[in-house]
Design a protein around this ligand. Structure first.
Ligand code: BYC
Length: 330
């Protein structure tokens, strides 16, 4: 019912898009500049609504697809403690996906439509989840680097101008912070272990470092949405600014582990206090976005199968809800 009324509101807004006046746009920008939160029933430019739906849906899909690489190690975690922690983490990712789908629904798109766009290949999800998890150390590297990069990107999203997204991010960030620590703890244990374990940690770092840097998106000159998203205070920092912050925070952590970063050009610039780093292989990034990463096809195949295999659960839940509603109405 709630979603339906928002859907109608959404279509009216689309219909009225041509009629957006300079006064409306200026008044909206004034609210954003004054750091007021924009709420679902407030007037907003249709392009602001579209940008948020695109970004939040992509973010939600990333959380859901992101369960796959880690899920791969649930049955092979080395101890019961590690298995229960990993189970909780993967379950958290599902929860993040659900908060985010709910936040996007407040903009007038249905969950079914978002899922359909993911399954048809129209909607993107984060490039990082198209890489394989080949060893247990990859679970450590994902927590340390992937969740670490995610936190760097998501802490500023807690101040996003759109209220429901900003509020969802507060809880997500608290959980991501725990995820990052569990990943670093795995890396620390491996690095304090045997030579073979340390080598496994180094190999995971070698494979995950560059894809983690790509998570922040293309460089600022190539980023199509950044300028407008920053003006609307959806994004608070550019892709390159966040990438630099991540590098600066992570290099000392690698040093503490006693691991080498797989980048010969990485060097601290004493004057700025920032690390200079080597050229990212953007061709690889765009290949992954085009569906040609090492695991794109597998990720989508598994997601489609999960959708099909879960159809009976959705049907049963809907039948139950209808039965309850009919009882209440009687
Ligand atoms: N992968 O203009 P730009 C997690 C696309 S989940 C794929 O800079 P924007 C976790 C971009 O969509 C982490 N596509 O875009 C879960 C655009 O294409 P379209 C996910 C990417 O939106 C489980 C085009 O490139 N986090 O933490 O201003 C386990 C041009 O880019 C990527 C989020 O989703 C990419 N990496 O900035 C563990 C955070 N980068 O849409 C951990 C929310 C760019 O025009 N999202 N593209 O066809 C954001 O902050 C922003 O959307 C981005 C990109 C910084 C990612």
């Amino acid at each position: 019912m709630y979603t339906q009324s928002l859907d109608q509101q959404g279509s009216k807004t689309e219909h009225a898009a041509d009629a957006e006046t300079a006064e409306q746009l200026a008044a909206f920008q004034k609210r954003v500049d004054a750091e007021e939160k924009i709420e679902p029933k407030d007037w907003m430019p249709s392009a602001y609504r579209r940008t948020l739906i695109r970004q939040i849906a992509q973010h939600a899909h990333s959380e859901i697809i992101g369960m796959q690489p880690e899920g791969n190690w649930l049955t092979r975690a080395p101890t019961l403690r590690r298995k229960s922690i990993l189970l909780a983490k993967v379950q958290d990712e599902a929860g993040h996906g659900l908060y985010l789908y709910s936040a996007a629904e407040t903009l007038g798109i249905s969950r079914q439509q978002m899922v359909a766009e993911l399954l048809s290949g129209k909607a993107k999800y984060s490039s990082i989840f198209n890489y394989p998890t080949l060893s247990w150390a990859d679970i450590g590297a994902i927590g340390w680097l992937v969740d670490g990069a995610a936190i760097m990107n998501q802490i500023p999203l807690c101040r996003c101008s759109y209220g429901p997204y900003a509020r969802a991010m507060v809880r997500v960030c608290k959980e991501e912070s725990f995820h990052q620590r569990q990943g670093y703890e795995i890396m620390l244990d491996l690095c304090r272990g045997s030579d073979a374990q340390k080598e496994m940690a180094q190999d995971a770092l070698n494979r995950w470092w560059w894809p983690s840097l790509m998570m922040f998106g293309p460089g600022d000159a190539e980023s199509t949405h950044s300028a407008q998203s920053m003006a609307w205070k959806i994004k608070r920092f550019s892709n390159d600014e966040l990438r630099q912050k991540f590098v600066d925070a992570t290099v000392p952590q690698a040093e503490f582990l006693g691991l080498r970063m797989p980048d010969d050009d990485l060097k601290l610039d004493e004057a700025s206090g920032h690390y200079n780093f080597g050229e990212i292989n953007w061709q690889e990034f765009y290949d992954v976005l085009a569906g040609n990463g090492p695991c794109n096809k597998q990720r989508m195949r598994v997601r489609r199968a999960a959708q099909d295999n879960g159809a009976w659960v959705r049907e049963a839940a809907e039948a139950y809800a209808q039965k309850q509603a009919a009882r209440e109405a009687a």
